[in-house]
Design a protein around this ligand. Sequence first.
Ligand code: SF4
Length: 384
Amino acid sequence: MLGLYLHIPFCAQRCVYCSFYSTTHGAAMRRRYATALCHEIASRASCATCASEPLSSIYLGGGTPSCLSDDDLRRILHTIYAHCRIAPDAEVTLEANPDDISAARVAAWRTMGINRISMGVQSTDDTTLRLLRRRHTAAEAMAAVHTVCDGGISNISIDLIYGLPGQSMAAWQSDVATALSLPIQHLSAYALSIEPGTPLYNMRACGEVQECDEEMSRAMYDHLIAATQAAGMVHYEISNFGYPDHMARHNTAYWQGHPYLGIGAGAHGYDGAALRRINTPDVQAYVAAYEASLAADVPFDPPHNDEYLSPSERYDEQVMTGLRTTEGIHLAALSDDERAYLLRQSARFVASRHLALTSDEHLRLTHEGIFISDYIMAELMWDA
Ligand code: SF4
């Protein structure tokens, strides 16, 4: 499986909890960026990773990719189709904010080959949405999901956040029930993490908001698991749930260590073996590098860092990504030394039933283990 990830680091405004790299540049910079992105696609489509097999997934993430104009989105997707081989059933996902969605735009996105929408809904409570500085109301988000579905893109994922300041269990239960009543195939639900440098971090420091306590957050997660299971969804990753045959292909390939090409400012790529490439996380430097390559009439290769993972770093990655999935870490994919080390390090967690060894040679988190997963992962690292 080969994936293509395109990073679109623009947002109309910054949400108070967000620690991802994105900027609020306007239409002119977005257009220059889209042009640079097209040239990076064209110049890197013949690389060894991309030439190895057809793309099975294309993912436009951000930021807010839906804040690009349809002209820019069309240029980007047409460049991909012109330069890359695409599997006939490729998953083509666009991350979209509810306030960018209209029937006309959904129709345009379909003509571009977009067949999956991932939408940031986050909450169905307007007071919470205002606190988070989201640009949409709950009703607008619900309507946007129906607009996408009615427009013929039926593969829809939405994001929710739990453990929000002031959020009650009743409010969370309502969020989950509302989400499951929508025509969606996939749900991503994340526990709020208040990161340094975000406005929410400062708001907590000033006493403007109070963090949800751990017990409540855990009860909310328990409710999420029970409700999604009752609805027939498969809990296939710590924060991800999908109806059968609707797991996110792009993210699943990432968790399974498959190769993917990362295009755009701040995008990461991985060759599936040992090389990780990280493009400069700076829109202006990225665009300036493209414009300099144009003036010099040379192919565009944006500023980037290549990181070669050592065997122990690869082992750590396999442990971290594998443990996030319900399937777990495939022991047969490890070397003899790595397998022996992992079994030694994990023995006490298996005994305490935080980890389980399955009959098909996988080591996975149990329900109890999920709540201390960060600690367990740290203890299973190569130099722990
Ligand atoms: S729209 Fe998404 S990427 Fe942009 S600030 Fe909000 S959460 Fe972050």
